[in-house]
Every structure is written in C-alpha cells, then in structure tokens.
Design a protein around this ligand. Structure first.
Ligand code: ASP
Length: 438
C-alpha cells in the first residue's frame, strides 16, 4: 500500500482552525499515515511562535527571573486549541512537568523541543493516531551530529508497529538520553527522516505557500510557481536564498529516492512543487527553472604579469584566504588577473590582513577589494538542451542597461551565475525573468 509522510509547519498548526484543515488533509487519503508536526507558529504578524516563547522561558529561568507570564501564554495557546477542537483531553500534567523541569534548567534544547512535543500530543489525539516520542526514535551521536543509521533502523522497526502515527518534529535524543534539537526550522528534517524510515512513496511538506516560485515575489511581480525541480536545482536556488525548506531536509529522502511535494495547507487544491531526483526537460517547459540572487559580496582583484605561468599562484592566494578563515564563492580569472568573490561580511575586520597576506605570498602588481556586488543565479536543467541561453541572459541584461561584472557557468550547465552591481540587482532579476518566463 502507498505510504505518505506529511510534515506540517508552525503556520499550519497555529490555531484550531488550522488543526481542522490539517485533519481534513490527512483524512483525505488513506495513504497519509505518518504525520510530523511543528510547534504552533504565528497566528498574526505580531504574534509569537511557541518555540520563541519557550526560548524566552529558558532565558528568564537562567537569569533567575519568573517564567510565569510567558509560560501562561504557552499554556493558553494549547488550551485554546484543545477547547476550540472540542477535545476531551488535557495537557495539565504535561504542563506541570515542563514547568517544574524549566525551574531546574534542563538544557535549552529540551525546553525548545516541548513545543513540538505538545503539538504532537494534541494532533495525535485529534486524529486518533498513535503518538511516537521523537526522543525514542531520532538519535544524535556523542559529537552532536545526527545518527542517521541508528535512527533509520530503530525508527523503521517502530513504524512497522504503528499503522498511523504522529512523530513530533525538531528534536531527538543524545546517547545519554538528553534532548537535542536540529537547527531552527528542523521539523522539515524530521519529516524527511521519517519518510526514509517508512520507505514512503512521497514526503508531503505542508506549509503556507504553494511551493517554490520562479523568482522572489519581492523583486518580480507575481512570479510563476515551479511545478517540478530537481534536488540539484533546488540546492542552487536555496543557496541563493530561496528558502521554503530547511536545506538539510533534502538529504534523507534524496538518499532513498523519495520525492518531496511542497504544498499549501491553506490552498490544498494547489499542486505545489515536486522536488525529484531527476527530471527531463520537455518542450514547452521554461528553459530556466528559477532565478535567484543575493547582495552583499565583494571582489578581491589581483593583477600580475605572467600570472598564468606562475605555478602555485592560485593556491597561494587561496592559502591567504584559508589562513584568515574565509571561504570563497567564485573564482573568475584571466591571463594576468585573478578575482575572488567573497561574502562581504566575512571580510569584517580582516581586510588589511588579507591584503598583506596576499602581497606577501604572491607579490602582485595590483590588488584591490571592491564591495557592492550582487550575484544572480539563473538555474535550469533545460539549459543543457537549449542553445543560446547565455546569450539571452546577456542580451536581456544589456537591454535593461545592466552591466555584468562577472560570469561563471558550472560545467554541469545547470546554472549561469552573473555578478552585477547591487544597484542593478533587481533590474537584472526582472530582465532575466521576463526574458525566459513571461
Ligand atoms: N519549531 C521550530 C522552529 O520554530 C522547528 C520548526 O518549526 O521546524 O524553528
């Protein structure tokens, strides 16, 4: 029988109305058997996420201050949901346990994880599903990294004993039994881990948008949704800041070849975005899957005659960066010039030292650091099979009076990255989007 694992984000579980929508979605298909909830998120713009309130409780307790006011708000969030759903169920014992634990400073991660834990208890009760505490099935190693193999074996065996279950997101346990969380937004990772262990056919990630868009809606008006994207394309776009899914959530399902479907709890009829391991480009598809970018980069320019025949030149430049703890983003070079694109904030407090180190190691004739660069990534599996894509990118930029300062194309032909001045960032995004998508 087909198995689907569903993860619901905080905005999908913010109040009883949303819990109702979640239940309708889960019950609509018999294959929707395992559910991973987040903690209740914001109900309106100025509202607080339960996870943030829990972090506040931890901080207050650490400073020896009373947690009562904030803890009451957390209790009220769950009690309102329980009341509005008309459940014959109480969390009072759990609240008492957590309240007393926080007084004894049990660890920041334990406190933060209670949002998902309580959410899971309410949802399991409402759906009539079993509750599996993530502490018993999701494991971290002594060094704090996720223990994927132990988790997969144990979780797989436990899921076999439950035809329908709720597993709270975001946390697991350390070898000594203490609770540890993933980084923020980590319920996405739990969903992916559960999908792998369940041998699921599909991992549905339900959120408050209908999938990924072809461009950032803050820069381009009404961008079209992406119907299908490969894991590799998604990595390129997420790196540039297109965030809907936690970036570590891809690995467990990718390993098992399970597709992810990003869906909208508030518009369940929308098909959302399918993330798949491989997809072919079809005639009629857009040549590019998406265009994304980021501001805040600098270029380190180095010039030296005969640089191209000086063995070890590039290594020594990179050594200077490595010694200053800096990673580079791109490395476009010419015959007698080499440029290194670096995130501007990484240079803070280190500029003079880097320039001195490079001068000492390679004795350049000219060296400078230029700030104010934006990178724009044009991503698409369709680029391999369509000639002239680069020329269309450049013509579109030229027509919009955008000067291109740097070009980089990966050998996979999955992306073309251009560097433009930050002032040209939005005009470049719009020009490229309109050229390929409109
Ligand atoms: N509740 C956690 C957070 O706010 C984890 C999650 O929602 O995925 O980051």
């Amino acid at each position: 029988m087909e198995v689907k694992v569903l993860k619901f984000g905080g905005s999908s579980l913010a109040d009883a109305l949303h819990f109702g929508r979640v239940a309708d979605i889960v019950k609509a298909e018999e294959s929707r058997r395992y559910v991973v909830p987040s903690a209740p998120g914001k109900r309106f713009k100025e509202d607080d996420k339960v996870t943030d309130l829990l972090y506040q409780c931890y901080d207050l307790s650490k400073r020896g201050e009373s947690i009562d006011a904030v803890f009451s708000r957390i209790k009220a969030r769950y009690n309102d949901i329980i009341r509005d759903l008309d459940l014959d169920f109480s969390l009072e014992d759990e609240f008492a346990k957590i309240y007393s634990a926080i007084q004894h400073l049990p660890g920041r991660d334990y406190v933060a994880s209670r949002g998902e834990y309580l959410s899971g208890l309410v949802l399991a009760n409402y759906l009539g599903f079993d509750f599996i505490d993530a502490a018993n099935v999701i494991f971290f190693k002594e060094n704090g990294t996720f223990d994927s193999e132990r988790t997969n074996v144990v979780l797989n065996a436990i899921l076999k004993q439950h035809s329908h279950a709720v597993v709270p997101g975001f946390y697991g346990s350390m070898p000594n039994g203490t609770i540890k969380t993933f980084s923020r937004g980590g319920s996405d990772i739990t969903g992916s881990i559960v999908a792998r262990a369940a041998g699921a056919d599909l991992y549905e990630n339900w959120t408050d948008v209908s999938g990924f868009l072809k461009a950032d809606p803050r820069c381009v008006d009404n961008p079209k949704p992406i119907k299908e994207i490969t894991y590799k394309e998604l990595r390129e776009l997420s790196y540039m800041g297109a965030t809907v899914l936690h970036e570590d959530a891809i690995f467990p399902v990718r390993f098992a070849g399970i597709p992810i479907n990003i869906r909208n709890t508030n518009a369940p009829e929308d098909p959302g975005t399918m993330i798949v391991s491989s997809a072919t480009y079809h005639d009629g598809d857009d040549v590019i899957t998406g265009v994304a970018g980021k501001v805040g980069f600098s270029i380190l320019n180095i010039e030296k005659d005969m640089m191209n025949s000086e063995i070890g030149f590039g290594r020594r430049v990179l050594e200077a960066l490595e010694n200053n703890g800096i990673s580079f983003e791109h490395l476009p070079s010419g015959i007698d010039t080499m440029s290194v694109v670096i995130s501007t904030k990484d240079l803070e407090g280190k500029r003079d030292k880097i320039i001195n180190d490079v001068c000492r190691l390679v004795e350049p004739e000219f060296i400078s650091i230029e700030d104010g660069l934006a990178l724009v990534a044009v991503v698409g599996r369709g680029m391999v099979s369509n000639k002239g894509t680069a020329s269309r990118v450049f013509s579109a930029c030229a027509a919009a009076s955008v000067n291109i300062k740097m070009i980089d194309q990966g050998s996979s032909e999955l992306n073309i990255i251009i560097g433009v001045s930050e002032d040209d960032y939005i005009p470049a995004l719009r020009a490229i989007y309109n050229e390929f998508v409109k």
